[in-house]
Design a protein around this ligand. Structure first.
Ligand code: ADP
Length: 447
């Protein structure tokens, strides 16, 4: 059993992790930048340490400061949350060298899954179908053009180190590919410090369906159902639901088996997600996220399983407290991400002070947020301010409940995406389940 966990993160996910630690009798250490002195995670943790200046590079990405805080506080483990250092194998290794448990899979598993091109190769070897594309990194436009002739247009040039919907460039034909290829490499080097790119077939409006897994250090892997995260803006998820509706049992079963094979191929431990693209009843491995994901609460609700608790148990060396047969899916859960952004200004971030904050509640509503009245959203980090999660016995009931919850919500002082999200989940195509990753292109919502 872990005794004291340092949470190397901020915002709603830090609050989320503190809550489960408290329920499990584990003491918590928050860390914060100078911009986050008054943040909710700082108030809720048992103790809090300032680790540096506002820019993430000086604080939440500052490995030396994080490790020094962990040592000084006497923590025995570090939970990285998502983003920041969550998929940084070097940091996981450093933690181990300092005698700290990194709450996540081994550095080897992170390395084999964190780099998209390596992950594709690993999956091919494990017999998991991947999106058609190249089987190695591509160096020149000439090589790209010859590979694309084989794959067929349109293609995507993808950064192997990419993430967060960034580092992808589409090419409809060879002229476009020759033009975007050098840009893609340069941009990847600038954004991710790695110019490696590869090609994938650009699927026409697939659905994004992912499988949630949990594993322990002894080779047991449990599949915690799946999620549909197809409603996206610029390749970034907006609305997520569990379980994915409108897929056949046979497809669901094959995807879950492939996800378990993916985890076993890298001796995975902890919580992880295998992401797939689905088109014409076929699925293709996209990537594996070796951490807790933003959308994990929808799965918690339909399965009744606390995913952060499973992470803490796996890290402590416990065997998984569940067997695959224990997992039952009950009803439908939806999540809307509410960002401090202005939909009328092309989703420009809208940091500032929240002057009024009424978050929804009532039966079947969960709010994961670090916002409160008077809280000032700093401009340095991502703009997620609240996740509204609802549960219903059916998808229809969940949608009606989400409409009610979003209608109840009031945040003043900053612009938010709440009204935009209400329009998304009230759109007839969303209600009918007739959507894919091209939803917002097909149905541009006016704001
Ligand atoms: P990230 O790590 O940045 O989230 P992913 O590879 O997981 O990137 O892809 C994010 C989203 O981008 C997918 O959910 C999908 O909408 C789109 N996408 C990625 N690859 C493809 C592809 N080959 N064809 C069509 N869409 C894609």
């Amino acid at each position: 059993m872990l005794k004291k966990v340092l949470i190397a993160n901020r915002g709603e996910i830090a609050v989320r992790i503190i809550r489960t630690c408290r329920e499990m009798g584990i003491r918590t250490v928050a860390v914060y930048s100078t911009a986050d002195r008054t943040a909710l995670h700082v108030r809720l943790a048992d103790e809090a340490w300032c680790i540096g200046a506002a820019p993430a590079a000086a604080s939440y990405l500052n490995q030396a400061a994080l490790l020094a805080a962990a040592r000084a506080a006497g923590a025995d483990a570090v939970h990285p949350g998502y983003g920041f250092l969550a998929e940084n194998a070097d940091f996981a290794e450093l933690c181990a060298q300092q005698g700290l448990i990194f709450i996540g899979p081994s550095p080897e598993a992170i390395r084999r899954m964190g780099d998209k091109d390596t992950a594709r190769q690993t999956m091919l070897q494990a017999g998991v179908p991947v999106v058609p594309g190249t089987d190695h990194l591509i160096e020149t436009a000439e090589e790209a053009a010859s590979e694309a002739r084989r794959i067929g247009y349109p293609v995507l040039v993808k950064a192997t180190a990419g993430g967060g919907g960034k580092g992808m460039k589409e090419a409809a034909d060879e002229n476009e590919l020759r033009r975007v290829f050098p840009q893609a490499r340069q941009e990847a080097a600038a954004a991710f410090g790695d110019s490696g790119v590869y090609l994938e077939k650009y699927l026409q409006n697939p659905r994004h369906i992912e499988v949630q897994l949990a594993a322990d250090n002894y080779g047991h892997v449990v599949c915690l159902s799946n999620r549909d995260c197809s409603v996206q803006r610029r390749h970034q998820k907006l609305v997520e639901e569990a379980p994915a509706a409108h897929i056949s049992d046979s497809l669901r079963h094959r995807m879950e088996q492939a996800a378990v094979a993916a985890a076993q191929a890298v001796q995975y431990s902890g919580a992880g997600t295998v992401e797939f693209l689905v088109e014409y009843n076929k699925f293709y491995f996209l990537e594996m996220n070796t951490r807790v994901q933003v959308e994990h609460p929808v799965t918690e609700w339909v399965t009744g399983v606390d995913i952060v608790a499973l992470q803490l148990m796996a890290a402590a060396g416990d065997t998984l407290p569940l067997l695959p047969k224990d997992i039952r899916v009950h009803g439908c859960a939806l999540e809307c991400r509410i960002n401090a952004e202005d939909p009328a200004k092309n989703f420009l971030p809208s940091p500032g002070t929240i002057t009024r904050c009424r978050l929804p509640g009532g039966f079947g509503v969960r709010v994961d947020s670090a916002a409160y009245p008077g809280y000032t959203i700093p401009p340095y980090y991502d703009s997620l301010i609240a996740k509204i999660i609802v549960w219903g016995r059916t998808r229809e009931e969940a949608i009606r409940r989400m409409q009610r919850a979003l209608g109840e919500m009031e945040i003043a002082g900053v612009q938010t995406t709440a009204a935009f999200q209400l329009a998304v989940i009230s759109h007839p195509a969303f209600i009918q389940g007739d959507f894919d990753t091209g939803f917002l292109t097909k149905h541009p919502l006016e704001f």
